[in-house]
Ligand binder design. Structure first.
Ligand code: URA
Length: 238
């Protein structure tokens, strides 16, 4: 439990500098429980606090944990160069509170992308030691064969990787569609593994991380949602 002055609360939630947040309050743009709060020094218990800024409702969150259904042609990098960044799909408050993607998807990869401003969560999710399975559906240029599936399960050697990399699960969904589950997150890993096995990936979608399924979130492409504690717990499941 912690009680904080309203200007600090707004700043922590990504509404701008302390000075800017004070101006918002003094201009009557902030209300709590339906009442405008004009005094920047009023203090509030942050746990469970609901407030509105410019009439838009917000809930205080110490950290945010977000799932985005990433569309193609968005970059995960903080300084995108050829396409807009994924942060442009979220309210601007999130960039100001330093929300970042957890790992990266290529600009043309779609599907489940986690984002957060909680450094320990980002670190834990990205740690190779945790072996969190990630499920991808790859569409290939050439028809799939049992031999290719076997190669991916046995491991393929990639340039710059000391040991062969193998899929934990790999199964054909269709003549040109493959489900592949990886526990590592190497650069362009699915695409490079498919290329090493003699095929070419023409489309890639991430559908699950740990036990969290994108379908269960019911997010249209480009949409996002907060993840609650139970959903975050699913992320650790294999
Ligand atoms: N593997 C790839 O090749 N690209 C991604 O975006 C994710 C995994």
């Amino acid at each position: 439990m912690s009680k904080l002055p309203l200007d600090r609360i707004l700043q922590s939630q990504g509404f701008g500098t302390r000075k800017w947040c004070r101006e918002l309050i003094e201009d009557g743009e902030v209300s709590i429980g339906g009442e405008t709060v004009g005094d920047t020094r009023s203090t509030f218990e942050t746990d469970g606090l609901e407030f509105s800024v410019y009439g838009e409702p917000w809930q205080y969150r110490e950290h945010v944990y977000i799932a985005l259904n990433k569309p193609a042609d968005y970059e995960c990098s903080r300084k995108p160069s050829h396409h807009p960044g994924v942060l442009s799909l979220l309210p601007e408050q999130f960039a100001l509170r330093d929300v970042q993607p957890v790992g990266r998807l290529d600009h043309d990869t779609t599907g489940l992308l986690l984002m957060s401003d909680d450094g320990s969560f980002i670190h834990a999710q990205s740690s190779p030691k945790r072996h969190i399975p990630k499920v991808y559906v790859a569409t290939t240029h050439e028809p799939l064969t049992p031999r290719l599936v076997e190669q991916l399960l046995n491991g393929v050697k990639l340039h710059d990787e000391p040991a062969p990399l193998a899929a934990v699960v790999c199964r054909m969904l269709d003549t040109h569609q493959l489900e592949i589950v990886l526990e590592q997150g190497k650069y362009h890993q699915v695409k490079r593994m498919l290329a090493a096995a003699g095929n070419h990936c023409v489309a890639l979608r991430r559908t699950e991380i740990g036990g969290l399924k994108l379908d269960a979130l019911d997010l249209p492409e480009g949409a996002w949602c907060y993840l609650d504690e139970a959903q975050r717990a699913l992320l650790a499941q294999s």
